[in-house]
Design a protein around this ligand. Structure first.
Ligand code: PGA
Length: 228
């Protein structure tokens, strides 16, 4: 089986640098998969793990943008991956155009964007509408961008943090669709993925890995996933 990409999205956790360092120290360093931990930005420098990523970045490189973090700054720290367009950020007003600007800025600094797309507030969401919205999100995010240079993470909004994951079959259908339609080589699944259900998703041919939120804060559970 080809190497899968497992990304741990710690979101706004934990609260102290010592907790972050302790958590990272419990994550297995040796894995058959490619593993990236994305802690909150203030902890990036303190965490010792082969691959760490950011959860967001500015579309701007430098200048009068108080509070922003530049892709150039991330690159200077050796960061190779950055999540963009997470549904929690879209809920705070992040537009497809802004996601596209961030993707371009990251690629200028050779950082691989992990572009989150997803839609739907419940599992019964109309399949055609879901595909339509996702297609639109991907298209806008990669406008004027080489699709081979990005990773897309498909996360149904109803599955995030709900304990109700999508089925591996649904994830596979969407991953196949995104890969075929847009030429994006790696599509991850995210949304309540954990040590008990990860194998089902990773067994799917076009699901190239997982974006893991809650379970990435539980070292034992996350280790179970990355050792699959
Ligand atoms: P979850 O989060 O695994 O806690 O559902 C996934 C994500 O938001 O990336």
């Amino acid at each position: 089986m080809a190497k899968k990409l497992i990304v741990g999205n710690w979101k706004l956790n934990p609260m102290t640098v010592s907790e972050a360092v302790a958590l990272a120290s419990k994550i297995d360093v040796v894995s058959a998969n490619e593993v990236v931990i994305c802690p909150p930005l203030p902890f990036l420098e303190s965490i010792e793990y082969p691959h760490v990523g950011a959860q967001d970045c500015s579309p701007h490189i430098k200048g009068a943008y108080t509070g922003e973090v530049s892709p150039a700054q991330l690159a200077s720290m050796g960061i190779k991956y950055c999540i963009v367009g997470h549904s929690e950020r879209r809920a705070m007003g992040e537009s497809d155009a802004l996601v596209n600007a961030k993707v371009k800025a990251l690629l200028d600094y050779k950082i691989t964007p992990i572009i989150c797309v997803g839609y739907g507030t419940n599992v019964q969401e109309d399949e055609l509408e879901v595909t339509d919205v996702i297609a639109h999100q991907v298209m806008e995010a990669i406008e004027e961008v080489d699709p081979k240079k990005v990773v897309v993470a498909y996360e149904p909004v109803w599955a995030i943090g709900s304990g109700k994951p999508a089925t591996p079959d649904h994830a596979e259908q969407i991953a196949l669709y995104i890969t075929t339609k847009f030429g994006v080589p790696r599509v991850l699944y995210g949304g309540s993925a954990n040590g008990s259900n990860a194998a089902g998703f990773l067994a799917e041919a076009h699901v190239s890995g997982l974006l893991v939120g809650g379970a990435s804060l539980l070292a034992d559970d996350f280790n179970k996933i990355i050792q699959l």
